[in-house]
Design a binder for this molecule. Structure first.
Ligand code: PRX
Length: 632
């Protein structure tokens, strides 16, 4: 682990080197990996097109770097520890060698069922080790995985299948959530009805609930692997071959397939994991995310397993069967690094200190936060009561598109400050610009956060639509990658992320496009028009507030609101259900017909003291009606 930064001067030195000589810097890090053939150029890039290529002509397989690279020394060490949702069920401890065999066997199974290098495979699974096996088996044979969070609806799943023209789905019969078993296979069946490309479905038995298996298409996982060899020679991949697609919401209606490639992502996920969590051999590391999100990809599966770490995977939710469940698990396994989201902290904080009391939590060395701004109160609660004032709290800022952590303290190295992500990791060159793209230099400035130099883990394109990638990320400020986030740099040069500046809402750390939610609401036959904005929410960070114009002739308001919520749940998934729906007589519009969201945001926030100039509105009279309605 030669790349671990251990002192502040070491950080400064590495950072400067990464800026002054980026090729030498990343090439030194890449040397620690196993390459079938070495690259001939470290980076080639042009943010205008954009083209971004790392480790040109390098050949590798990421799973050889997880398995073959470590098997000799770590074969008998636990690679994945799995804790089930129900604490009464038996846990699983899977050694690196066992995981290797499971991955090879499943890779062979997929091949046997027609999957070839370059094919796309959807993974729609619960939090079980087989979900990680599924991802790595794809990587082993060069298939491109696209994990879809198992809480998404059949429509969302179908959209993703169609967008990437997937050939196979890996799924389960059901999924445990709290004390409920949720149907999964039924959702998959419904989704496939709206698609044409799926040839095979492999179903992992988890809940034992009754499902329909379509002969010739659907196979049980345990039957499909029976008698299949546990040896597999990994496919040779080019550094820039696709590793995975992960769909994420943006400010326009349709989620985008963010593309990550083999070489750069591998190096970046391991490098950031090692530095941000300061993992040492023998440590137990736990990230509470779901593999359906980028955090699960980079910091449950790839980063830790590449680094030879033990990664704990938890199937359940923080409050089942009791609100001390997280703390119980930390003590049970003597977890050393714990990585979660502010929304979970705030939800648990609401139960007070009693659920923490039975637990020592003294194994913890580093605690981390990800997904949304962490407010000062939650920061202190987490730091004082979970970290017991002993553990550095790393507030890590990054995105699906960045592949790995970008701005974060290095624990024990960077002095922390509540609600600040602090400083960029080596290799990351942030720049703050004003709305016209003018750089805001120096300290104590606030503006839009961009990155001016490529890093190995960054997205390469949006699947099937490169122009969309250009417009979304590289079009606003030519020559720069635009994050969509607002940021403040303080007098110490520390970065504080202020939240999205585009039409994206961050609900419990999950990205939701306002247009996407509006499109779903508009599917209700009685809805005429809608506008969605975010508003501050005590637990979720931001909640979804929908203003809806509807035909009320044969519904009560309450019934219609419930129906709209169900419509959104059906079209996107329960996570997108609006928290508040207000039926309004009209929406404030400019003379050119654009909705003035600024006014709606103010109404949703309950802050109507300063609405600004509304005289240019086409229909200023609706503002008062909206405000009156929002106070109800
Ligand atoms: O607004 C930022 C917020 O989450 C967005 C990225 O969301 P997603 O692609 O789903 O990835 C989440 C997990 C990496 C960012 O544009 N965000 C993420 N981490 C932080 C954050 N906001 C503030 N502080 C953070 N630590």
């Amino acid at each position: 682990m030669t790349d671990k930064i251990q002192t502040l001067s070491g950080y400064i030195h590495e950072y400067q080197k990464s800026v002054n000589e980026p090729e030498a810097f990343w090439s030194r890090i890449a040397e620690n990996f196993y390459w079938r053939k070495k690259w001939d150029k470290v980076v080639e890039w042009d943010f205008h097109k954009p083209t971004i290529k790392w480790f040109r002509n390098g050949k590798l397989n990421i799973t050889e770097n997880i398995f073959e690279r470590h098997l000799f020394t770590l074969g008998d060490h636990p690679a994945i520890i799995w804790e089930p949702s129900d604490p009464k069920e038996k846990n699983r401890v899977i050694t690196l060698r066992e995981l290797y065999e499971m991955t090879c066997q499943f890779a062979n199974t997929m091949k046997k069922n027609g999957v070839k290098k370059g094919d796309r495979v959807i993974i729609y699974m619960p939090m079980v080790p087989e979900a990680a096996v599924a991802m790595m088996a794809c990587a082993r044979i060069g298939a491109v995985h696209s994990v879809v969070f198992a809480g998404f609806s059949s429509t969302s799943l179908a959209d993703r299948i169609n967008d990437c023209e997937a050939k196979m789905i890996l799924t389960s019969d059901g999924n445990f959530r709290g004390n409920k078993a949720i149907d999964v296979k039924g959702v998959v069946d419904e989704a496939i009805e709206k698609t044409t490309t799926i040839e095979k479905v492999i179903v992992f038995k988890r809940t034992g609930s009754a499902v329909t298996m379509k002969p010739g298409r659907d196979l049980w996982w345990h039957e499909a692997i029976e008698g299949v060899s546990k040896e597999n020679k990994a496919e040779e991949m080019d550094a820039e071959d696709l590793l995975f697609i992960l769909y994420t919401s943006g400010s326009t209606g349709k989620p985008k397939g963010v593309v990550h490639t083999c070489g750069g992502y591998m190096i970046y996920s391991q490098y950031t994991f090692q530095n941000v969590f300061q993992y040492s051999a023998g440590d137990i590391y736990w990230c509470t995310a779901d593999v359906g999100w980028i955090t699960g990809h980079s910091y449950i599966v790839y980063g830790p397993l590449l680094a030879g770490a033990t990664t704990l995977m938890f199937e359940g939710v923080p409050t089942y069967p009791h609100p001390g469940r997280f703390w119980e698990i930390i003590d049970k396994y003597q977890v050393n690094q714990f990585y979660t989201a502010p929304t979970a902290i705030r939800a648990l904080q609401a139960y007070g200190l009693e659920p923490l009391a039975p637990y020592k939590l003294d194994s913890l060395k580093v605690i981390g936060s990800v997904g949304e701004p962490i407010n000062e109160e939650a920061w202190h609660w987490y730091h004082d009561h979970v970290g017991k004032n002993q553990c550095p709290l790393v507030d890590t800022w990054w995105q699906t598109e960045t592949g790995g952590i970008m701005i974060s303290p290095i624990p024990g190295v960077t002095p922390t400050k509540p609600s600040y992500a602090t400083l960029p990791l080596p290799g990351i060159q942030p720049i703050i610009v004003d709305p016209d793209g003018k750089e805001l230099t120096g300290k104590s400035v606030q503006g839009n956060l961009c990155i001016k130099f490529p890093w190995p883990g960054m997205l390469r394109t949006t699947y099937g639509d490169h122009e969309r990638c250009r417009q979304t990320y590289f079009g606003t400020y030519p020559g720069l990658y635009f994050t969509g986030d607002g940021v403040k740099r303080d007098e110490d040069g520390y970065y504080r992320i202020l939240g999205r500046v585009d039409d994206v809402i961050n609900v419990s750390g999950h990205r939701m496009g306002t247009a996407e939610v509006e499109n779903a609401i508009n599917e209700h036959p009685l809805v005429v028009e809608s506008a969605v904005v975010g508003y501050p929410h005590d637990i979720k960070g931001q909640g979804i507030y929908a203003f809806v114009i509807a035909d009320m002739s044969n519904r009560t308001e309450e019934n219609l609101i419930n129906e709209i919520r169900e419509t959104v749940s059906k079209i996107i998934g329960p996570i997108a259900k609006p928290d508040k729906i207000q039926i309004v007589p009209g929406l404030p519009k400019t003379r050119s017909g654009k909705i003035m969201r600024r006014i709606l945001r103010k109404a949703a926030e309950g802050d109507v003291s300063n609405l600004g100039d509304i005289s240019t509105l086409l229909n200023p009279e609706v503002v008062e009606q909206i405000i009156a309605g929002s106070k109800k």
